[in-house]
Ligand binder design. Sequence first.
Ligand code: 13P
Length: 260
Amino acid sequence: MEKKYLIGNWKMYKTTKEAIAFMQQLLPTLEAIDTGSLGVFLAPSFVHLSDMAKLIDRKGPIQLVAQNCHHEAEGAFTGEVSAAMLSTIKVSGVLIGHSERRMYQKEDNSLLAKKVKRVLKTGMQPFLCCGESLEDRKNGKHKTIVKQQLQESLCGMTPDEVAKLAVAYEPVWAIGTGEVASLDIITEMHYFIRQTLLEAYGGSIKVPILYGGSCNPQNAAAIFSAPNVAGGLIGGASLQVDSFIQLVKILLEKANDKAH
Ligand code: 13P
């Protein structure tokens, strides 16, 4: 059965005190739910990772993801964080190429390819984000852009390497806007991403594809039921313990439905 993922991307929200309080409230609830094979992750700011890592167990119900890392192993890069620094404090994955980093930090696909390789080399899971802008969609270029993002960000990678990552489809126009993509769009784009990866890397590759963009407890059941949707990358709705837990429960129910 395909593994399902729920990742809370906290972006630049929460103080350390709030982050720790969240984790302390979340942990007992998750332990009581029995999340089974679900991959439940939080991606807080770098600043909170080490404190939050002290509260978790590598085999426990929740793991940590970083929101970014540098592509070089180490060096004179003031203000940057290396993949090795993250993996040694129990971080198990890294978001790569979130649209906010593409937009504000001008990260391009060739840089992202280096980051994906670095994260893999360090033994963590890359969560590669892709998705078109509103302008791309209005111009009918959504598929071309997403294909280009995937091809260039995975340039030079082997099928074995690609099999270790997960992709998140996050249409830029749906992020933080309350305007979730329609089920038709999600189904079409996830199928398209699946086909693009199959054509490039062969039939045995089953990369999980998560959806992100205004996903919340009200719309998640329908989204998580759509074909080729292996879970969600959640922004706003991951900031409150209650809505995050509701999302975990919804995904778990869908995972159990599909297993029967
Ligand atoms: P929202 O869920 O707030 O739309 O954010 C999605 C996102 O960017 C997750 O990475």
